[in-house]
Design a binder for this molecule. Structure first.
Ligand SMILES: Cc1ncc(COP(=O)(O)O)c(C=O)c1O
Length: 318
């Protein structure tokens, strides 16, 4: 098929794209349909943590595809149980809900916080987020985002997301009131231009949220899975959030994201949360997280099939 014959008009025109059609990827490279090779610095938008089509992922997917694609979310499946266990073994969290995109994971985090507010904080529902933040493109996550370009879009937005300033604790303090249930942030703002929250700010935020009984929610969709030198960015500050979301690299190229919570914050009841493809076995192959763990922790810990890290008090060596 030549470029001239590609039916470009059949796709919704949601962004400017070059008229190049990619047909193959391997490691750091992409090939288009004319056979031209490109060195790819985008890697699926920070998704292919092991490069394009790593053989381990491709083989695991093919193996699983022959065994079981989707038994329905009404039943357990082995890969999602194992991946959830691997994530809780390697983090400060106790429970996981798998989603299909980062925005859906953040939407779940917002719902979980609101549920927590309904159960434990007299219906408090406001989540303080930050100027410049990016949390996704569902209506609620666009509302939680602090991206200027989103402001005029799709009004009316979902209410309940007052905005503080990153690294300015006083700006957060000023927004706390009886309706506040949590604070949500990217530990490094990505879309805004790579603005890190300082470790000191993250520690102070943890102290402040604890003092007010608020949930601290980390959006680690960009920073998680080893992208900042530790498996999760919160480890750099030596604190433990109540809720965390992961996406991008967790799937190694396959659409997978996750909402993680501590036992204390994990308060969904039957019917509150779900979705047809959530926790689908094809995407939940534990191998991916195991590989990411091994690559990021190799130097200082034992991991995966080796022996897992014991950096979190609740864990014991396998
Ligand atoms: C920090 C952060 N949160 C959420 C998202 C949304 O993830 P997704 O595009 O998978 O919905 C992104 C995507 O770039 C992100 O960078």
């Amino acid at each position: 098929m030549t470029m001239a014959t590609h039916p470009f008009d059949a796709l919704m025109n949601i962004t400017a794209r070059p008229p190049t059609v990619f047909v193959r990827g391997e490691g750091s490279y992409l090939w288009d349909d004319t056979g031209k090779r490109y060195l790819d610095f985008i890697q699926g938008w920070a998704v292919n943590c092991l490069g394009h089509s790593p053989p381990e992922v491709a083989e695991a997917l093919a193996e699983q595809a022959k065994l079981l694609l989707t038994p329905s979310p009404a039943f357990y499946n082995g890969p999602s149980l194992k991946l959830a266990k691997a994530l809780t073994d390697h983090s400060c969290f106790d429970q996981v809900f798998f989603t299909n995109s980062g925005a859906e994971a953040n939407e779940g985090a917002i719902k979980l916080a609101r549920k927590y507010g309904a159960l434990h904080k007299n219906g408090a529902y406001e989540i303080i987020t930050f100027e410049g933040a990016f949390h996704g493109r569902t209506l609620a996550t666009m509302s939680a985002s602090g991206k200027k370009a989103f402001e005029p879009l799709f009004e009316p937005k979902v209410s309940g997301f007052p905005k503080g300033k990153l690294n300015d604790l006083a700006s957060v303090k000023r927004l706390i009131n009886d309706n506040t249930v949590g604070v949500m942030l990217e530990p490094i703002q990505g879309e805004a231009g790579v603005w890190p929250a300082t470790d000191q700010f993250l520690r102070e935020l943890r102290t402040l949220t604890k003092a007010h009984g608020l949930l601290l929610i980390f959006d680690e969709i960009q920073t998680g899975m080893g992208r900042t030198g530790k498996l999760f960015h919160y480890e750099h500050a030596g604190i433990e959030p109540d809720i965390m979301t992961l996406g991008k690299g967790i799937g190694g190229g396959v659409p997978l994201a996750a909402l993680l919570a501590t036992d204390a914050a994990s308060c969904f009841e039957h019917g509150d949360q779900g979705g047809t493809f959530n926790g689908n076995p094809l995407r939940s192959l534990r191998k991916r997280v195991k590989m990411a763990c091994c690559s990021t922790r190799r130097s200082r810990t034992r991991c995966g099939s080796c022996r897992r890290s014991t950096s979190h008090g609740k864990k014991s060596p396998r």
